[in-house]
Design a protein around this ligand. Structure first.
Ligand code: MRU
Length: 375
């Protein structure tokens, strides 16, 4: 994606230095564009836990590179110690955030390269780097294909409306910053915009961390896509007044039965969309499917973050970024970071292999290989 005319991915290896991974520290956007160096697995885990990087696909890719950084640090250990260090690194990274399944998925892929090649450490390090790059490239390509597969949805609405503007509501940031490029929910939007289809995006602010107001709005603006930021509670009103043609969000974990975990507040938008007969789409790469769990509300781990994120708000004042207190100092606050939208409220899933119903049958149609053990 372009930032001030220069192309960026959300994560990359530092040019000329194979020991440093670089990320955009998203905590400072949209007011400052800060590139951060990650040189250790501890720094990678902190970047995920403290949300310098966030969004399911990017969390997975960062964890994969984190394993490579851990391997570099253990380069001079014995084969046994190296394998132990790598398992410790995976444990630390795995505990950094619980809901996005891409994290565990990427770590499991990396762990397959540990303890192989007769314990040859140099070979393992190279394999861990290759795998991190492969995961990153696959996520990028999946998002590109989500765009190609999903653009038809927007195109048909545009045709039904005689090419009037298609109004799309989205929640949180499921854009290129949450992935490596393109985004998930935003990929069909960028694709439609690039093809000259008139689109306008209602951007939910997404309290408490305001990923919509800070990140999605910034991304869409950089790409020239018309958008309007709204407070989180506005969506229902917009839908009742015919101002939303479709909703599309990303997801942190979608079960093989079609239940979707996404940023807190997504469920309420799905309820409002259902009540108003508005289609509600969820876009995801296959790395975000959970092939084990079947019931979202009871089985998906929902992250609870620090109450300070609810009690305070960060923003720009007189050229500096400040955090200010919103609530009475003593009031307790609860900070559930995700909720579950049951499959019955999801119109369809948009994936790299195509569009399917949010049901076991629909998902099996596109990804039969994951169901072989279930029959
Ligand atoms: O807490 P975050 O910012 O990591 O949550 C991100 C989301 O909920 C996104 O919508 C989701 O990861 C999909 S990203 C392509």
């Amino acid at each position: 994606m372009n930032v001030d005319g220069k192309h960026y991915y959300a994560i990359w290896m530092k040019p000329g230095n194979h020991r440093i991974v670089q990320i955009i520290d998203q905590r400072w956007l949209p007011h400052r564009f800060v590139v951060e160096d990650l040189a250790t697995v501890e720094q990678a885990a902190r970047a995920i836990g403290d949300m310098h990087v966030r969004g399911a696909p990017l969390i997975g890719v960062t964890a994969a590179y984190g394993m490579y950084l851990a391997a570099l640090a253990a380069q001079n250990e014995s084969a046994d110690n190296f394998a132990n260090q790598m398992r410790k690194a995976a444990k630390m990274l795995r505990s950094s955030r619980p809901t996005a399944i891409n994290l565990g998925w990427a770590l499991d892929r990396q762990l397959e390269h540990v303890g192989v090649s007769g314990g040859d450490i140099e070979v393992q390090i190279q394999s861990l780097l290759n795998e991190a790059r492969a995961i990153s490239d696959e996520e990028l390509e999946a998002c590109r294909l989500i765009g190609e597969n999903g653009v038809g949805i927007i195109e048909s609405i545009s045709q039904e409306k005689n090419e009037e503007t298609v109004n799309i509501l989205t929640h949180c940031n499921a854009g290129w910053l949450a992935c490596v490029d393109y985004g998930t929910a935003t990929a069909p939007i960028y694709c439609a915009h690039d093809r000259g289809i008139k689109v306008h995006v209602w951007v939910d602010e997404t309290r408490p961390r305001n990923q919509g107001a800070r990140l999605t709005a910034w991304e869409l603006g950089e790409h020239g896509v018309a958008h309007t930021v709204v407070a989180d509670n506005v969506g229902g009103h917009l839908m009742q007044h015919g101002l939303v043609d479709m909703v599309i969000t990303g997801t942190d974990r979608t079960l093989y039965t079609g239940d979707v975990a996404n940023k807190i507040g997504t469920y309420l938008k799905a309820l409002a969309a259902h009540d108003n007969g508005i289609p509600f789409y969820v876009a995801l790469p296959s790395s975000t499917f959970d092939w084990e769990r079947s019931d979202g509300v009871t089985q998906i781990p929902i992250e609870e973050r620090d109450a300070s994120e609810v009690k305070t708000i960060r923003g720009l004042s007189e050229g500096e970024i400040h955090s200010v207190l919103l609530t009475p100092e003593e009031s307790p606050a609860a900070n559930f970071a995700f909720d579950v939208t049951p499959a019955r409220l999801v119109t369809s899933l948009v994936t790299e292999r195509g569009i399917c119903a949010a049901s076991e049958e629909g998902i099996r149609g596109l990804f039969p290989e994951h169901f072989l053990e279930k029959v």
